[in-house]
Design a binder for this molecule. Sequence first.
Ligand code: FES
Length: 157
Amino acid sequence: MDAVLPDAVAPDAGLPLCASHTLEEKGRAFLWDVRQYGRKEVAFVMRFEGQLRAYLNRCVHVPTQMDWQPGEFLDIEKRYILCSLHGAAYEPHGGRCIGGPCGRGRLTPVAVAERDGQVYWYPSRDIVPAPLAGPPASGPDGATADPAAPAAPESPP
Ligand code: FES
């Protein structure tokens, strides 16, 4: 098992992401929704030189997603993670900026592991699963619909 668990709050409670075989060496990354400090973010995991590498899909230069096609992060020579917006380049191992407008920044890592043919990720204090569904829709006055409340009778034509 290859796991890096910064700030992990439940190291044994990995959440399943995808089958290991779907992550080909230097191939398309798997993307999933998370929340960091309550803000919606996207994370990605890829296989690079046999190891899983996972980060938030957020450039250090401007907080925007970096992939030039969904799940495609590597440069043409498949050596660096490249931001599609202004070309910042990051080391796949460790996420450190090595060129472009990202300065001395570093991508935000996400803890992942692989076992029995399955890839898992590990929520941390700061990065947690995104809710499966949004909050109940609210009306213009801020009132929320109560799904248990009986439906209002239809008015006659
Ligand atoms: S937003 Fe990524 S390099 Fe500018």
